[in-house]
Design a protein around this ligand. Sequence first.
Ligand code: AMP
Ligand code: GLY
Length: 417
Amino acid sequence: MKVLVIGSGGREHAIAYALKKSKKVDEIHAIPGNPGIAALGTCHNGSVEDLEGILKFVEEHDIDFTVIGPEVPLCKGLADLLEDHGHKVFGPRKFAATLEGSKAFSKDFMARHHIPTAAYKEVNTYDEAMIALKEFSYPVVVKADGLAAGKGVVICEDEKMAKETLKEMLVDGILDGAGSKVVLEEFLTGFECSLLCFTDGKTIVPMVSAKDHKQVYDGNKGPNTGGMGTVSPNPFLPENMEEIFQKDILNPFMEGLKKDHMDYRGVVFIGLMIENNQAKVLEFNVRFGDPETQSILLRLDSDLFDIMYAVSTRSLDQVEVKWKDEHVACLVLASGGYPQSYAKGKVITGLEKVDDDVVIFHAGTAMKDDNLVTSGGRVLNICALGSSLQETREKVYKAAKVIDFEGKYYRQDIGLR
Ligand code: AMP
Ligand code: GLY
């Protein structure tokens, strides 16, 4: 089989790495890919948002199966375009992808299908927002409706901040179209965790748990990032949550898909807040998480291609999804300054000195004059399997010391409380 992976991050490198292990996968291609993926297959220039260009590529290169990594092409309808031309795809169609593409749509879906979530109100104008604001106490959560690359959620401590944020989104349009509609939401307290599942719309199979560390600094200080590291299993997850997740979240979610005739085939990544053994949904993402995927897929003990193909062909109930009873840590090496501005083009050294039992996924790297250089905020993902969290931490932190580039930054407390 010739498989095409859409995307360029550590998540897509981890997907390509797992697919490469399948006997059924003969060739891996990526658009645009990255230098790490280039070691597993062939990377091709192109934008993940150029839907027609991707269709043309699939047809010209006789691609058998396309795996779509990021949310933007999913929300734009890449799965629909490819499928409607007879190609097999992993990733939900546009209507289902709206669960991530529109916060208001997603909240309405939850309300309609009795999926526990924070109280909310959708507003379309600043005046409407001022009236709705009176129904909430502080802090209040202000969410831009559309995709905003992680900048769409603001936790407002007081009325002044809420008004400013609402003005920026609804009047000034700082998030362009993404903020022309806004969801106001009750602030939830508790412990955050994410639940990733494979689903073909009929069957849903939860993956092993993973803990993401979102804030940039140790001790969960500083601004939110895309994720500074993950461990799997999630050491903080209370016991017996699996049953609660199934009953309170996954069962009504699947019922909802059915009732709304939503053809959902791919990954659903559910952001949850847990308090007193109750789970509430913060958000749905219609794709793998980054860097959760890097940890989770290293624990997969089944053939990822078989699972993805079964999802695509609505036969997930026919495959076994097995996991290794091991721990994984994934540490993000970032460019100093991330998630704000940071330098690019810094030469990366020391990769050859890393121990063999460490897996490095590329997230923001590029080749320049035969050198591997930094090209993003999150540069490399250092991952290791082990029999304990402690062992995996030792492995990844040892590697983090020998890899170097100017401005290298990483959290010291991945996997710790
Ligand atoms: P979202 O993109 O909706 O997951 O929001 C991004 C982050 O904002 C989440 O990971 C939470 O840390 C925080 N957040 C979102 N909604 C709420 C809420 N209702 N209460 C508390 N924190 C929230
Ligand atoms: N790590 C969070 C995300 O992928 O959205």
